[in-house]
Design a binder for this molecule. Structure first.
Ligand code: SAM
Length: 203
């Protein structure tokens, strides 16, 4: 895996159909965002044994990772998972929802078959401090290489500086991919700035 591979996946994600021809994903209104197709294409292409999402909400991103590759074991953690997240885990046998604080699962994730995390998606609290703590908590469980994805680097605006500071601390190689997480152009949901996203190859 290198940055060129990831840029190719990004281009594919921008062109791929919403829902990746999976009826379950197609039926979700949230599936509009291209970063979800990037997650799908990542598990499809790189086949991580385990993918962990911190902050899953309705489980839509986790569902994309699970759909992308049935061999990838997806663990999606949230302090308050929505019913749609459990619905997704019933649909995909390789998707589990764990309820609790995003930094409280080291013991469980250090246990077979979870300890080989090839994809870590940080998307809980976007205040710089929480993703820093999450990465610090789980970095010893990452494969080498692994992909660390950081969502919402740009918005909401009042958290942009601490998120930028966290992004600056991450080692190279890394690349911003804000165009796969743009602001949705719809008056009822356009309440904050473009979320933005970045990816870091962790070795
Ligand atoms: C932006 S949403 C996640 C969206 C999801 N990753 C996606 O792409 O579809 C953020 C989620 O993080 C969760 N969250 C916030 N703080 C948390 C914490 N300390 N531990 C676990 N989950 C947390 C919230 O409950 C919320 O569901």
């Amino acid at each position: 895996m290198n940055l060129n591979n990831l840029l190719e996946l990004k281009c594919m994600a921008l062109q791929a159909p919403v829902g990746m021809e999976d009826p379950f994903l197609q039926a979700r209104d949230e599936s509009w965002a291209p970063y979800l197709r990037f997650l799908y294409l990542y598990t499809y292409t790189f086949e991580p044994a385990v993918a962990v999402e911190l902050g899953t909400y309705m489980g839509t991103a986790a569902a994309h990772m699970a759909s992308g590759n049935p061999k990838t074991h997806v663990v999606a953690i949230d302090i308050d998972p929505q019913p749609e997240a459990y619905e997704a885990s019933q649909h995909y046998s390789n998707l589990e929802i764990w309820q609790g604080d995003s930094c409280e699962f080291h013991l469980e994730l250090a246990t077979c078959p979870y300890e080989e995390i090839g994809l870590l998606f940080l998307d809980s609290l976007h205040d710089g401090e929480r993703p820093r703590k999450e990465l610090d908590t789980y970095k010893d469980l990452l494969t080498s290489p692994a992909l660390v994805i950081i969502d919402d680097l740009l918005g909401p605006e009042h958290l942009r500086i601490p998120m930028q500071e966290f992004w600056d601390e991450l080692p190279e190689p890394k690349i911003l991919m804000h165009d796969i997480h743009p602001r949705r152009i719809a008056p009822e949901v356009a309440y904050h700035d473009a979320p933005g996203i970045g990816v870091c190859i962790w070795t």
